[in-house]
Design a protein around this ligand. Structure first.
Ligand SMILES: Cc1cc2nc3c(=O)[nH]c(=O)nc-3n(C[C@H](O)[C@H](O)[C@H](O)COP(=O)(O)O)c2cc1C
Length: 222
């Protein structure tokens, strides 16, 4: 590859990385199974600890099911707000419903909801060395699975953007209604629900949100 090709490739990549936005409004245009399979193909080439590939995806393409997940998120939100109110936290309860409610259910308009799961982390290292010496506790291994699942999710979102689709990564519904989602989507208990990703054709183009300056987040050790 020539230097010019490399530069063009880098510039293309940077445009995709910088122009991806979290989109919460979608057109009626359907996303195809072929689209979804393409995105998962990109997702599965993400790196993972000892190539453990601790990821699985459920693509919910049924709008009634998506509405059901929205409803059970609201139900849990109202339940948590009512509980907070009985503990004298009326202001927080009100904010939870008013501010967090729409944020946690911003997928309601999407034609597809991708549920990103983290599967249990298994490896020969773990089996033969780490577990026998009790290197770390189970929570750390659970986190290890989540890390790779997150990288796959980012691949998926960048691929979607490059393909003219739009996404919004969301943990709001997971924080509120993880157990209910597990039941509705028949998710086994050994799978962690990492996040959901709203997916569709964009009907809005949100402005780029500011980022911390490079100098504020980078420390170079020479
Ligand atoms: C871990 C995580 C959880 C998020 N949860 C939500 C969510 O519940 N609802 C939502 O509307 N956006 C959610 N977002 C999207 C963020 O709000 C968004 O990425 C951020 O504001 C930056 O905007 P940008 O993605 O357009 O650059 C989440 C993003 C991440 C990475």
């Amino acid at each position: 590859m020539t230097q010019t090709d490399t530069l063009t490739q880098y510039n293309d990549f940077k445009t995709i990385a910088l122009d991806r936005r979290s989109v919460r409004k979608f057109t009626e245009q359907a996303v195809t199974v072929e689209d979804i399979r393409e995105l998962i193909d990109c997702a599965r080439y993400a790196p993972s600890d000892t190539n453990s590939q601790t990821w699985e995806f459920i693509a919910v393409m049924n709008r009634d099911k998506i509405k059901e997940i929205e409803q059970l998120t609201w139900d849990q939100l109202h339940k948590r707000a009512a509980e907070a109110e009985t503990r004298g936290l009326a202001r927080e309860a009100k904010l939870l419903v008013k501010s967090f409610g729409p944020y946690a259910t911003a997928f309601s308009n999407a034609p597809v909801l991708i549920v990103c799961l983290a599967t249990p982390y298994q490896s020969k290292f773990r089996e033969r060395i780490f577990d026998p010496i009790a290197l770390v506790d189970d929570a750390v291994w659970a986190e290890e699975g989540i890390k790779s699942s997150c990288l796959a999710a980012q691949n998926l979102m960048l691929a979607a953007h490059a393909r003219g689709l739009a996404t919004c990564p969301m943990t709001g519904p997971v924080l509120l209604a993880q157990e209910q989602m597990r039941e509705v989507l028949d998710i086994p208990s050994d799978r962690q629900i990492n996040m959901v990703i709203a997916l569709g054709h964009p009907s809005e183009r949100p402005a780029r949100l500011s980022r911390k300056e490079i100098d504020d987040i980078l420390r170079i050790v020479e």
